[in-house]
Design a protein around this ligand. Structure first.
Ligand code: ADP
Ligand code: ADP
Ligand code: ZN
Length: 213
């Protein structure tokens, strides 16, 4: 199964992608996670991406297309994958279509998560992630049992450098200008499924499972 999750920052893509990827036994390919790993490692890509990510803009199409083209060829992607946060521009979507077509593949479902801007800001500014296992948390909506400690692995919860109110505004505007046009792009292709991301997490999960069958 090849899946694509899209939606504005904070809509719940990562939260749901993690659960769905586990349920279907496919890898979750998050360009955001891969770029953050590159920044941390200080690789050439990381050096190019760092400032753009900190400002809330989009990293160049060339970089993210290259990352996904290589990552989807790895053996664990043979049975499918879940794209989380890619594509984010029409040029990326076109490159993805070309790449899949050349390989005789296609995306089975595009899931679009929608949420109000106010909720997005609240979700992003309250978000934390386990440095050990990657599990996501929220100050109000998904509190760990012990402050700043992961329920799953005991790891430390950290906040992302770009999860502040100032950067969030830039990310939301990058989404409106560059990513939102993809909703029409995939609607025209006929495989777009819209899910109400304002629902509680478990209900969003059930709605996505119902779509995927
Ligand atoms: P994205 O990957 O789309 O940026 P996340 O999945 O990281 O979004 O979710 C952003 C924050 O909002 C996280 O802290 C997460 O725990 C919380 N969250 C996700 N889905 C919901 C929901 N349906 N209701 C309330 N909070 C949510
Ligand atoms: P969120 O969904 O919460 O905004 P991500 O982790 O998906 O966060 O992305 C974090 C940052 O990484 C983005 O703000 C952007 O700078 C960069 N990024 C991630 N995916 C892409 C992409 N497909 N194209 C361009 N930039 C990307
Ligand atoms: Zn953990």
């Amino acid at each position: 199964m090849k899946l694509l999750f899209m939606g504005p920052p904070g809509a719940g893509k990562g939260t749901q992608a993690r659960r769905i990827a586990e349920k279907y036994g496919i890898p979750q390919l998050s360009t955001g996670d891969m770029l953050r790993a590159a920044v941390k490692a200080g690789s050439e890509i990381g050096l190019k991406a760092k400032a753009v990510m900190e400002s809330g803009g989009l990293v160049s199409d060339e970089i993210v297309i290259g990352i996904i083209a290589a990552r989807t060829l790895e053996p664990d992607c043979a049975g499918g994958f879940l794209l989380d946060g890619f594509p984010r521009t029409v040029a990326q979507a076109e490159a993805l279509d070309r790449m899949l077509k050349e390989r005789g593949h296609a995306i089975d479902h595009v899931v679009d998560l929608a949420a109000d801007n106010e909720a997005l800001v609240q979700r992003i500014t309250g978000r934390s992630t386990c440095a050990g296992c990657g599990e996501g948390y929220h100050r109000e909506f998904k509190k760990p049992r012990q402050a700043d400690v992961c329920d799953q692995c005991g790891g430390q919860l950290v906040q992302r450098a770009d999860d502040n109110e100032e950067t969030v505004r830039n990310r939301l505007s990058a989404y409106q200008q560059q990513t939102a046009p993809l909703i029409d792009y995939y609607r025209r292709q006929g495989n777009l499924k819209s899910v109400d991301g304002m629902l509680p997490m478990d209900q969003v999960f059930s709605a996505i499972c119902a779509i995927l069958g």
